[in-house]
Design a protein around this ligand. Structure first.
Ligand code: NAD
Length: 263
């Protein structure tokens, strides 16, 4: 049976866990071929890949390319083109975090975060747009963050990258607006994923707090709902942005943050 995204191909960076994997599941469930990317245990990834194919019968490929390296991004995009002709839906989602005061911020962590959270989206986008233009249809979605709109202390590289990603997205949206291509950010507040869990120890150290204090007094302090956002809520927004109903939403930054940036 034909589904709403049958015949389309979605490439989702950083989709071996967390939010990215949730995107892959909703898009594959709607019939899209998917290319998943990221690191992790090979057997676990193969299991996820097979699970994605079982959702609707569309194909799923895995790319283990390291997106901090432009030549590997080119290889990933070439793999997608070889397998499926090109990418109709590009979701730039791969990201990482490091928490430290600016004067102690490790230079290698700064460079890693800018390369992965910001520059990789430039490379995937520049490589995906020609195909989308030829098809007169495309969807570019970034997992930005509430940190694309507001700052928190000790996250200088992450906040810089996410603000940059928001500006990049608006620029691309203007450039491709007459080609049936939209470009938007989804900006979650705190979502319970490995990325959030892994920053708890450093935040405990940077602020001198217990684990419970970090969760309640730091992570959820600014989130008025006092609930973590779920990966499924974020993925549902991406699916909507891929629909025809969202064709006029472009250059937008869609907050899913429990009210964080309303303050
Ligand atoms: P996650 O750690 O679960 O997923 C990160 C993914 O990126 C994994 O698949 C990982 O293998 C992959 N990855 C890491 N380094 C990579 C590299 N060099 N090349 C290719 N892939 C790489 O994290 P998540 O929370 O699902 O984060 C996904 C995105 O959502 C990130 O951009 C993050 O900044 C953003 N985000 C997360 C939250 C949150 O609270 N979790 C909130 C706002 C925005």
């Amino acid at each position: 049976m034909s589904k709403s995204l049958s015949g389309k191909t979605a490439l989702i960076t950083g989709s071996t866990s967390g939010i990215g994997l949730a995107y892959a599941k909703v898009l594959a469930g709607e019939g899209a071929n998917v290319v998943i990317n990221g690191f992790g245990d090979a057997d676990a990834i193969e299991k996820e890949r097979l699970g994605l194919e079982a959702l609707s019968g569309a194909k799923a490929q895995y790319s283990g390319h390291d997106l901090t390296k432009p030549d590997e991004i080119e290889a990933m995009m070439a793999q997608a083109a070889e397998a499926f002709g090109g990418v109709d839906i590009l979701i730039n989602n791969a990201g990482t975090q490091h928490v430290a005061p600016v004067e102690d911020f490790p230079v290698d962590k700064w460079n890693l975060i800018i390369a992965l959270n910001l520059t990789s989206a430039f490379h995937t986008t520049r490589l995906a747009v020609p195909y989308m233009k030829s098809k007169k249809w495309g969807r570019i979605i970034q997992t930005a963050s509430a940190h694309s709109l507001a700052a928190s202390p000790f996250k200088s590289a992450y906040v810089t990258a996410k603000h940059g990603l928001a500006g990049f997205t608006k620029t691309v949206a203007l450039e491709v607006a007459t080609f049936g291509i939209t470009a938007n950010c989804i900006s979650p507040g705190y979502v319970w994923t490995p990325l959030v869990e892994n920053q708890i120890p450093d935040t405990m150290k940077a602020r001198g707090l217990t684990r419970e204090q970090v969760i309640n007094d730091v992570l959820l302090a600014g989130q008025p709902t006092k609930e973590f956002v779920t990966v499924d809520q974020v993925a549902a927004m991406a699916l909507f942005l891929c629909s025809d109903a969202a064709a006029s939403i472009t250059g937008a930054n869609m907050s899913i943050d429990g009210g964080w940036t309303a303050q």
